[in-house]
Design a binder for this molecule. Sequence first.
Ligand code: ZN
Length: 255
Amino acid sequence: MHFRLSIMVWRVLIGAFPVREKLVFIPDKSCLLCNAKVESSFHLFWECPLEKALRFSGPFLVVPHDLSDLDLINIVLKLHEGLSQDESWKLFTFIGCLFTSIWETRNSLLFRNIKPDILQLRKMIMLRYQMFVSIRATVDNQAVSGTTIFHGREVIPSSANVFCVTDASWIGGVASLVVGKSDRNTAFREWFTKKCKVDSTMEAEILAILWTLKIYCDAGLPSIIIASDALLVVHALQSKHYPPCWKARPFVAEI
Ligand SMILES: [Zn+2]
């Protein structure tokens, strides 16, 4: 699965999104999309009628098992059972696209008062899904032909054999870190996650980068590429300045 979607699914599974159930300062906990009593992660990404309608109208039979009484992590594990690698890639790419669209739709309604149009949404999810399918085909072709792979506007130097993505979420003093690693020669992918105590999201993002460096530099790799969506941190590191978070200074110095 594309790293962007893997991280989206991971964030949903660990409950990293600020749904209303978690926001103590918001008295109205109802789901914006269906007015259900509580907007929890489980409701928004699995139980909400809008999400269900989009899931059931998709190209995959997403509920082949008895999933009652399971949490989202175990539902995903159950869905994975019995699928070939290719089937699993397609199913989870679709689920990643679905989760992304649900979160965007919820935020468009909340912040811009844009009401969801289910037909448009379904079209957008399938377009997004097709885009990831075509990216996969392009990367496979380039891997065979040995040409340089383009990721967005950046060109990854061919000398870097290991490409990593990092992400972090932070809730109530505890951060969840994730590192995804792709070996460009073998196409082998690994994921690492851990929890640690820090005081802010920025510290968590910096720790994720530092952890990536420790994992792979300690393994003796000559060079790696690390991608992070924490732009403030990335810009600070690129310009060799400290990001605006004094508590993170020892971590940045270590990087
Ligand atoms: Zn709902």
